[in-house]
Design a protein around this ligand. Structure first.
Ligand SMILES: *[C@@H]1O[C@H](CO)[C@@H](O)[C@H](O)[C@H]1NC(C)=O
Ligand SMILES: *[C@@H]1O[C@H](CO)[C@@H](O)[C@H](O)[C@H]1NC(C)=O
Ligand SMILES: *[C@@H]1O[C@H](CO)[C@@H](O)[C@H](O)[C@H]1NC(C)=O
Ligand SMILES: *[C@@H]1O[C@H](CO)[C@@H](O)[C@H](O)[C@H]1NC(C)=O
Ligand SMILES: *[C@@H]1O[C@H](CO)[C@@H](O)[C@H](O)[C@H]1NC(C)=O
Length: 426
């Protein structure tokens, strides 16, 4: 009886306790057009029904609480779309910027709680205060002109504010954390940020690790090194879950060292990195769709420019055997086969973890190279001189189509709404 109850609990937990889905920016790929409720709804519907998938891509990670284009701190219209489609939410508050900009994020969240109540609250699986702020703040990020970030103390203070503001609301029990690049998490200077979090959101992109051997053949091992190093850094601080908040391999675009975008490589990465984890751990892939209205370089979308359930490549995980789930063993195996050149080239494993894995140390890469090494690095050309306004408006297009990691467009685009509001408020 007792054990049967435990089994039932365990079964229920394994079904309902994990989230898998995609990342959704506040703006479309042109960097200026806001996603409206209908846009979010059509994407959430497509994600749920993706041909070949069975786990159900029913979760959405957001970067900001503020509706794109809003000048009144209107909550993101992703919320009513999520309610309509039964999509769970990893909420995000943009945390780099003025105090007023962060206050606006809090205001929008409180408005959403008031407006949508329990229909909204029951969908929320977590709240991330910030996205890659620590990376952008780091010497790596600065060298890469990745844009403006904030330090761990600021992230921690904002986490405290968020906790205070939700403590007597329907979201009081929701886990609160922060999303950053794996290199930021393994930087020992950021351990207090780990401590402040209930969960750790990790972004990792082997494709961008262009100071290393980073072909698709080692994509899985690079990812698993990033994950295990992050888990070790987290375990040193406390017992907290590491959620995979962004990863993916591009279907088209420029080559990053050995990292070649293609449909075949994107599928291999999906099979080797995604399939063993879907349904088992919380994971938000980058990304469902990034080609409407313009195709970025590189492009990561698993569907094309319309919100269709037909993917660009086979998402069925049919090539993945169940033994793939025991990924750590195979990870170290493939890791060692790749290690000779990779570790020499730079080093996520040999360079001092406290300096970040894919660090510029030991590599002779240019700032641009470095910028793309860690991933979602925004190379927000407009933001690199610290001016919020240039980041928020016209340069959005160059962020999306320009020099660096478009990927970033996820983050930067996500931020646009918040920054836009901040500017409006000035
Ligand atoms: C590690 O974090 C500290 C504190 O934010 C930062 O100053 C430093 O640049 C980071 N190290 C690297 C290699 O990014
Ligand atoms: C709510 O958040 C704001 C920041 O926007 C902060 O100043 C305030 O102290 C927070 N309230 C509580 C009760 O923590
Ligand atoms: C994956 O499966 C498809 C069809 O089932 C097959 O054609 C393809 O060769 C397989 N790929 C790998 C890498 O096993
Ligand atoms: C890297 O750059 C340093 C200084 O610019 C130079 O001395 C060194 O030879 C370079 N290493 C390689 C492998 O190019
Ligand atoms: C900041 O960069 C933007 C875009 O490159 C440029 O238009 C702007 O003039 C710069 N502002 C300053 C103060 O340098």
């Amino acid at each position: 009886m007792f054990s049967r109850a435990l089994l039932a609990l365990a079964a229920a937990a394994s079904v309902s306790a994990t989230s898998q889905g995609f990342n959704y920016g506040a703006l479309k790929s042109d960097g200026t057009t806001p996603n409206m409720e209908a846009d979010f709804e059509s994407q959430f519907t497509a994600a749920k029904g993706l041909v070949g998938t069975s786990e159900g891509f029913t979760s959405a990670r957001l970067y900001t609480m503020i509706q794109g284009g809003s000048s009144t701190n209107e909550p993101t219209q992703a919320i009513p779309a999520a309610i309509k489609t039964g999509t769970s939410l990893l909420l995000g508050l943009w945390a780099t910027g003025t105090q007023g900009a962060f206050d606006a994020e809090i205001t929008a969240l409180k408005s959403a709680i008031a407006q949508y109540g329990d229909d909204f609250a029951k969908l929320v699986v977590g709240i991330s205060v910030g996205s890659e702020d620590l990376y952008r703040y780091s010497s790596q990020g600065q060298l890469a002109n990745a844009g403006v970030g904030v330090d761990a103390a600021t992230v921690i203070a904002h986490i405290g504010s968020l906790r205070g503001n939700i403590s007597s609301t329907a979201l009081s029990a929701v886990p609160v954390g922060h999303v950053d690049t794996w290199t930021a998490w393994v930087n020992g200077s950021n351990s207090a940020a780990i401590e402040a979090c209930d969960f750790i959101g990790m972004d990792a992109y082997p494709y961008f690790q262009n100071t290393m051997t980073n072909g698709i053949d080692v994509g899985k091992s690079l990812f698993e090194t990033a994950l295990s190093e992050t888990q070790s850094a987290v375990a040193a601080v406390g017992n907290k879950d590491v959620w995979i908040t962004e990863t993916g391999w591009p279907v088209s675009g420029k080559t990053e060292n050995d990292g070649i975008p293609s449909l075949a490589n994107a599928k291999t990465y999906w099979d080797e990195v995604g399939c063993p984890r879907f349904g088992n751990v919380n994971i938000w892939w980058y990304t469902l769709q990034d080609t409407a209205p313009v195709t970025p370089n590189p492009s990561f979308g698993v569907i094309g420019s319309t919100a269709t359930t037909t993917p660009l490549y086979d998402l069925s995980c049919s090539n993945v055997t169940s033994s793939s789930s025991s990924s750590s063993a195979s990870a170290s195996a493939t890791g060692s086969s790749a290690s000779s050149k990779a570790s020499g080239a730079s080093a996520s494993s040999t360079a001092s973890p406290s300096q970040g894995g894919v660090s510029p140390a030991g590599s002779n890469s240019t700032a641009t190279t470095i910028s793309t090494a860690v991933g979602p690095i925004a190379t927000a050309t407009g933001a690199s001189n610290g001016t919020v306004s240039t980041a928020a408006t016209p340069s959005a297009t160059s962020v999306v189509t320009g020099s660096g990691a478009t990927m970033v467009s996820g983050s930067i685009v996500g931020a646009m709404g918040a920054l836009f509001v901040a500017i409006m408020a000035l």
